[in-house]
Design a protein around this ligand. Structure first.
Ligand code: NAD
Length: 440
């Protein structure tokens, strides 16, 4: 039976390598559409959780996961033994950088080697991990072709980047358009056919390189624009009398040609901070220096240092020594209403304050009950009026919807607000807001 037919009658089996923020929602989406899905992950804890129907990703609905596991539509394994049974296989593994900010594609390479152990004719392999242009054809294709099978004739290979925005309700896996580029036109067609089973709109491009590059453009666009507004926030602090948040809000009334970006304590997550470096690394191979990427990275990576400076300044008004000060951080995940801590700028601010001798740092985060800072477990404290009153400074680093600004300001002595949570509250003696005039 042809792939088209197997997709049509739902007898096609889908494999998902890497069951994290990207892979698990995708696996559940296919399973909900009636496909049999097998997830492969090297993390045995994730695998057994899935097989018990237990969810661990906020964007996945608990009942959806439970139901598809119960119906036998989704299962997980730590091995690549079932690869020959699959019709299409997605690769959704991490693409971090190393300490020198050079790309680490070892997870992709390991996954491709795992798939190669069971690759067979007719399969469609789709790489989703964000990476530099050329990875699909230069790094993945040779591993798969070492089996003796040929891309475009024996199996299909394509790159199709992920766009999931964790925590977002309006655009989710199924209704966010997806780009795909195959090694050959036949590869694009086959991959597109597979993707369309779970995603409503698919945009085809001429090659994997275009698809790889378009994903980087999306993230670099964000990084550069966030950096621009971070720089303007610091300039507004220097100038005094101009609130950057009010400026952005006003500019956003223009119905065309402007898109609002907001300042903050820095950028985090697995994407915007990491991905631009993948391109600047690749560009060096061509003696090309990506100035925008570097400048944006520098500007954004300076922000936690700047915020730590604001905390120090706020304390200098109180007479309490920095070392003995009680500092409460509000929000440690990298963005609002999610539990993702990867490269969180709030954690960086905590590290900086701690490295500079502050001993009384605590945090509250409704989404993060605990995490490790310098190897020591930190636990979220309950946000009460009494706790706030005990602090010398409260630092709002993540704008979780749970935070009530009035309650926070009323009960605190000093607040450093890096997210405009205290918008509209008139307490200039208490609040230092990033981008609204630096205190002397
Ligand atoms: N998280 C996002 O919001 C997001 C958005 C767009 C793109 N991306 C990209 O998608 C990719 C995956 O990101 P993520 O957030 O899902 O990562 P993640 O860390 O949440 O999940 C990746 C999973 O892959 C598993 N894994 C690692 N090596 C493996 C191997 N050899 N075989 C099988 N499993 C393996 C890990 O155990 C982990 O469970 C990255 O390239 C990322 O840049 C992520």
């Amino acid at each position: 039976m042809s792939l088209e037919q197997r997709l049509k009658d739902r007898s096609a089996k889908i494999g998902i390598v890497g069951l994290g923020y990207v892979g698990l929602p995708l696996a559940v989406e296919y399973a909900k559409k009636g496909f049999t899905v097998v997830g492969i992950d090297v993390d045995g804890r994730k695998v057994s959780k899935i097989n018990f129907g237990e969810n661990y990703i906020q964007d996945v609905n608990d009942d959806d996961l439970k139901n598809v596991v119960k119906e036998g539509k989704l299962s997980a394994t730590t091995t690549y033994d079932l690869v020959p049974e699959m019709d299409a296989i997605y690769i959704c593994v991490p693409t971090p950088f190393n300490v020198n900010k050079d790309p680490d594609i070892s997870y992709i390479v390991n996954s491709a080697q795992g798939i190669a152990t069971g690759l067979r004719k007719g399969q469609v392999i789709i790489l989703k991990s964000t990476t530099y242009p050329g990875t699909t054809e230069q790094d993945v294709q040779p591993i798969l072709e070492k089996t003796g099978l040929k891309v475009g004739t024996d199996f299909h290979l394509a790159f199709s980047p992920e766009r999931i925005d964790p925590g977002r309700q309006d655009f989710t896996t199924a209704n966010t358009p997806i780009v795909v580029g195959g090694v050959t036109p036949g590869c694009t067609k086959a991959a597109s056919m597979v993707i369309k089973q779970a995603i409503n709109i698919v945009h085809e491009v001429s090659s994997p390189r275009v698809a790889e590059m378009e994903k980087l453009l999306e993230n670099i666009f964000r990084s550069v624009n966030i950096a621009l507004v971070n720089e303007l926030a610091r300039m507004c602090d220097r100038m005094g009398g101009v609130d950057i948040w009010e400026v952005v809000e006003a500019a956003a009334t223009k119905p065309f040609g402007f898109m609002p970006f907001f300042p903050g304590p820095g950028i985090g997550g697995h994407c915007i901070l990491v991905d631009p470096y993948y391109l600047s690394w690749k560009a060096r191979e061509y003696d090309f220096h990506t100035s925008f990427i570097e400048l944006a990275a520098k500007t954004n990576e300076d922000m936690p240092f700047y915020v730590a400076g604001l905390v120090r300044k706020s304390l200098s008004n109180t007479g309490v020594s920095f070392k003995d000060a009680k500092i409460l951080m509000l929000g440690v995940s990298f963005k609002k209403d999610i539990d993702d801590m990867r490269n969180s700028p709030a954690v960086k601010v905590m590290e900086l304050l701690s490295q500079r001798g502050a001993k009384g740092i605590q945090y509250n985060d409704p989404y993060v009950p605990e995490f490790k800072l310098f190897g020591e477990v930190q636990q979220s404290v309950e946000l009460t009026a009494e706790l706030l009153r005990e602090q010398d400074v409260v630092v709002i680093t993540t704008n979780h919807s749970d935070y009530d600004p009035k309650f926070i300001v009323e009960n605190s002595t000093a607040v450093v607000d890096t997210r405009n949570v205290c918008k509209g509250i008139n307490a200039p003696d208490k609040i230092i807001k990033l981008g609204a005039g630096e205190p002397f």
